[in-house]
Every structure is written in structure tokens, then in C-alpha cells.
Design a protein around this ligand. Structure first.
Ligand code: 5GP
Length: 178
């Protein structure tokens, strides 16, 4: 697997340090509340797993699965729910846990979708953000790292369902997907 990686962007240690900071910030911001962390599968699962262990207040979990890039590396802009949440989020504080924000279209869709269920609040927590790739104006509440427009893998992020188990985030060699 390592041979397919052009460059390591964020090491395991850098990620762990950042996830700790995000967990501390969320713990402070939600004192006295029990937020529902909604993990966007499959990419968000590794981040969620580490993030929740760094949150020191009570939280609940739920999962949502959406149509994704498939085996390509370009956003289709089309979002379809494959698995919906089970928890009733009316009057609840929701935190969407995402692996990466690219065009922002997925989060725009999710924000509008959750708002229909009358939550107390909806905030977004993403490990990675590609600010130059945003196609819409989107407010992200918690961001781990900003990255360029390169296609990245590892720490939950895949290419054709592979590389999710890399403990770091890296840029894939172009010959792997071209
Ligand atoms: P958006 O709707 O913001 O364009 O896309 C968000 C989703 O696209 C992410 O949750 C992720 O599944 C996928 N994605 C966007 N950029 C990358 C990338 O660099 N690497 C990988 N593996 N997935 C990405």
C-alpha cells in the first residue's frame, strides 16, 4: 500500500494531535448538552472513532450513508441516501462528522435535510477541508486541516474502497487512478 502513496500529507501523530484538539473544543462547546454525532459513512468512521474518544461529555451516535464518488475521483454533485439516521433529531444538537469537504454539495444537502427534522442545532465537523474546491458558500464549524485540491486517501478515505486503513493521510500516485 505504501508504494502507491506519492506523499504523506498528515502523519498519524499530526492527526491524533488535531483530533484531540477538536474533541476538547466540542467538549467545551457542548457542556450541559448531549449532542448526536452523525457520522457520514464510510469515510468518516475512522475520524469518528478517534474523535469520540477525545470528547469528555456524553454523546450519542448515529450513522448515515450517502451515494459517493463511486470509483472515480470527481464529485458527481448527486447525493442519494443509502442509509438514513435512526435517532429522532428533533430538538437535538446535531454534529455532522465528515471525512472531507470538497465541493460542499454533500453538506449542503445534509444541512437542508436535517433542518426538516427541527433539530436544536446542526454543526459540521470535518477532518479535512478543500476550501479552493467549494462550489457553494458553506460554514464549517470544526475543521482539522485545510488541504489543496489533490485527491487524498487514508484514515478512512478511500480510492475504489481501498486505502481506508492507512493510519495517515496521503496523496495517491497519479498512475494509480489515471
Ligand atoms: P463534496 O460533496 O464536498 O464534493 O464531497 C464530499 C465527499 O467526497 C467526501 O465525503 C468524500 O467521500 C469524497 N471526497 C472528496 N474529496 C476526496 C478526496 O480527496 N479523497 C477521497 N478519498 N474522497 C474524497
Amino acid at each position: 500500500m505504501r508504494n502507491d502513496i506519492e506523499k504523506v500529507l498528515k502523519t498519524k501523530e499530526e492527526i491524533q494531535d488535531m483530533v484531540k484538539l477538536l474533541g476538547e473544543q466540542i467538549s467545551k462547546d457542548y457542556i450541559g448538552k448531549i449532542p448526536v454525532l452523525i457520522c457520514i459513512l464510510k469515510g468518516g468512521i475512522v475520524f469518528l472513532s478517534d474523535l469520540m474518544k477525545n470528547i469528555t461529555i456524553h454523546v450519542e451516535l448515529d450513522f448515515m450513508s450517502l451515494s459517493s464518488y463511486g470509483d472515480s475521483t470527481k464529485s458527481s454533485g448527486v447525493v442519494r441516501i443509502k442509509k438514513d439516521i435512526d435517532v429522532d433529531i428533533s430538538n437535538r444538537d446535531v454534529i455532522i462528522v465528515e471525512d472531507i469537504v470538497d465541493s460542499g454539495l454533500t453538506l449542503k444537502y445534509l444541512d437542508e435535510y436535517f433542518m426538516q427534522h427541527n433539530p436544536a442545532s446542526v454543526k459540521i465537523c470535518t477532518l479535512l477541508d478543500k476550501p479552493k474546491a467549494h462550489k457553494i458558500d458553506i460554514k464549517i464549524d470544526y475543521t482539522g486541516f485545510e488541504v489543496g485540491n489533490e485527491f487524498v486517501v487514508g484514515y478512512g478515505l478511500d480510492y475504489a474502497q481501498k486505502y481506508r486503513n492507512l493510519p495517515y493521510i496521503g496523496i495517491l500516485k497519479k498512475e494509480i487512478y489515471s
